[in-house]
Write a protein that binds this ligand. Sequence first.
Ligand code: PMP
Length: 301
Amino acid sequence: MSSQWIFLAGEFVKKEDAVVSVYDHGFLYGDGVFEGIRVYSGNVFKLDEHLQRLYESAQSIMLNIPYDKEELEQIIVNTIRKNELETAYIRVVVSRGPGNLGLDPASCSQPKVIVIAEALTLFPKELYQRGLRLGSVSTRRNRPDVLSPQVKSLNYLNNILVKLEANQAGVDEALMLNDQGYVTEGSADNIFIIKNNTIFTPPVYLGALEGITRNAIIDLAKTNGYVMKESPFTRHDVYVADEVFLTGTAVEVIAVVEVDGRKINNGEPGNITNHLLSEFRKIVTIDGVACYNATQNKAIV
Ligand code: PMP
């Protein structure tokens, strides 16, 4: 088997050699930003949108990414080709870089850019057929005026606390509320509910990451003639919904069939959820940046 190549601070290194300094503030303080991106049949899905979000996260925390967007796009595409991948998960990390032990980023002069591309097998079909069990947790989504959920930072402790609670409760995924009790999102995915054929998702200002899959689903819902609303809702609205589903780069679109022990409708993935998932899978190979020539399967140079 050929080895996996990681892009690390300007060069490709083998996975075993891809190490960062213990003085890197990404490691010491979670000071940095990242993106998770998916490649479908040689097409990087919504790469422009992911890059835009990465650069906005960096701008927000005054982190200078040492490449412009076109250069980073090329680095990502080259990492995919170097690893000869067509279906993959990409992780882009920009850390503040090594500094001294104090938290002041002023001691870090060289932000580090890392791109990891891994082969991805789709999540098991059974999971989509069965649907997920969700549990609401006591940990609240961090407030946008404290640490904005729009900053996709390396500090994921809020989400990790939530995931720990979900694990303790024995459910598949957590339902996170904001400090006012409104539904925000899961630990790493956005939430949608459907009631009387209208699709709802919380506005991001309540405290949810503006997910790229979320936005793709909003667009698809509209183009497929559904009524789509971004408006606040509570746990009660989730309990009595006709359908509930989550979206995210990793899970794509996945049904939720139980929330806090309440069965959603008949406890099976709903028709609109299934329809949106199939529409989503139709666009993923065309709505992106191509790494390979689709017919010849060769790298585009
Ligand atoms: N919310 C959070 C907290 C996440 O980490 C993610 C995963 N990036 C999402 C939502 C889904 O966003 P996307 O569709 O862009 O993957």
